[in-house]
Design a binder for this molecule. Structure first.
Ligand SMILES: Nc1ncnc2c1ncn2[C@@H]1O[C@H](COP(=O)(O)OP(=O)(O)OP(=O)(O)O)[C@@H](O)[C@H]1O
Ligand SMILES: [Mg+2]
Length: 370
């Protein structure tokens, strides 16, 4: 545990160790085989509880970590207790990865048993490979076998996360078909080479709708997963809550202890939401940029702006920094997106600048959008 706290991004089981311990100590629900928590406690961990739990003389609040569709979370947890895999799909930055990490941390106690899918992922990487020195010396043996995260998941009865599964070549995706149906992995190089999955094993895969997309997955593999589509946030309040809570965690981890400015968060959340949906809160249609205006991107704009303001201006966050960083987030794929942002300022922000305080300051920083 000690070393993890010093890393840049501690895994969820470390970041939330206290909450997990508190929940486990009071968990009276039935647990599926090899799970560390009941489905009810897993849900509470992800969605939070109204009352804090007392644990070892401390009062531990169980915070809300995922905002959006609560029922989706229950379905996802139940899927993992059954014999089909869980496939989380959605636009970029909709918390697919975060959710898969939270689920694995709660259920199996680890979120780091992970395969990162890329165009270069090979069958060896997802099954097993060999320690060649040992292989040449003694021939194929269990000791010479180097397990993949999938192998580890099966042998220990824990969850394996498979990130960006649709970016992998077809042959690799196909390996999963037999594993998900029969829950065994054949190891033909060994004499009695067959690995049976222990209960508790399952796969959480994530796939991004903007990448290759799930359409290119074989239908055989699709049938072995329950799909859950995570929709982008569509309430300004919720978006603002996520920005506030996430920015706080990230800034603290970066050693910057500043108050989060709620009014700035609200402007940022409103801008991102309106540009994403192509509609203002008053119901007027506007153009949407080609770039993904994800919640994750909004969090990062806040964090960048706050850090720049902190280090160079001695302030917690200033509007010029916000607009400069926003421009960077919007203009990624296409220069036209800068014009869309500019039009947003001259049409929407200008109107609000007439009456609502900080919107006026915001409007004055339009000069940065070139
Ligand atoms: N519904 C949400 N609830 C809580 N946090 C959210 C939500 N949506 C986005 N976020 C924030 O966005 C961050 C990024 O999410 P994550 O990396 O998990 O997205 P992703 O869907 O995996 O994106 P990608 O497709 O680009 O891999 C989260 O860590 C969290 O800060
Ligand atoms: Mg992801």
């Amino acid at each position: 545990m000690g070393i993890w706290m010093e890393t840049m991004k501690p895994p969820m089981e470390v970041l939330y160790a206290k909450q997990l311990n508190a929940l486990r100590s009071q968990d009276t629900g039935t647990k599926p085989p090899n799970w560390l928590m009941s489905p009810r406690a897993v849900r509470d961990f992800i969605l939070g509880t109204d009352e804090p739990l007392s644990y070892e003389g401390e009062s531990i609040p169980i915070t809300k970590k995922f905002y959006g569709d609560d029922v989706l979370i229950e379905r996802a947890i139940v899927t993992l207790a059954g014999n089909r895999g869980l496939m989380l799909v959605g636009e970029p930055g909709t918390a697919k990865t975060m959710l898969s990490e939270l689920l694995s941390a709660a259920i199996s106690g680890t979120s780091t048993n992970t395969i990162q899918g890329t165009a270069g992922t090979t069958e060896d990487m997802i099954k097993y490979s060999w320690n060649y020195a040992m292989l040449l010396d003694k021939g194929p043996s269990l000791q010479a076998l180097v397990p993949s995260p999938l192998y580890t998941g099966m042998s220990k009865g824990i969850i394996t996360r498979f990130e960006e599964i649709t970016r992998c070549p077809f042959e690799v995706q196909d390996v999963l078909i037999s594993i998900l149906s029969d829950k065994v992995m054949n190891i033909p190089e060994l004499s009695d080479g067959i690995l049976f999955a222990k209960p508790g094993f399952n796969i959480i895969a994530t796939a991004n709708l903007r990448d290759k997309g799930v359409n290119e997955m074989s239908s055989a593999l699709k049938r072995r997963f329950n799909f859950e589509t995570i929709a982008p946030i569509n309430h300004v309040k919720m978006e603002a809550q996520i920005i506030e809570s996430q920015a706080k965690v990230i800034l603290e981890q970066s050693g910057v202890n500043i108050e989060i400015d709620r009014d700035v968060v609200e402007i940022l959340a409103t801008t991102f939401m309106e540009l994403r949906m192509g509609e203002t809160k008053e119901g007027f249609k506007i153009d949407s940029p080609q770039s993904v205006m994800s919640t994750a991107e909004a969090v990062s704009v806040y964090v960048q702006s706050a850090m720049t303001s902190h280090y160079y201006d001695g302030r917690s966050i200033s509007m010029d920094r916000l607009v400069q960083n926003m421009l960077g987030a919007v203009v990624k794929e296409n220069q036209k997106d800068a014009n869309i942002l500019k039009t947003y300022f001259t049409k929407v922000v200008k109107e609000r600048a007439k009456e609502e305080g900080l919107w006026g300051t915001y409007y004055n920083e339009k000069k940065w959008i070139k």
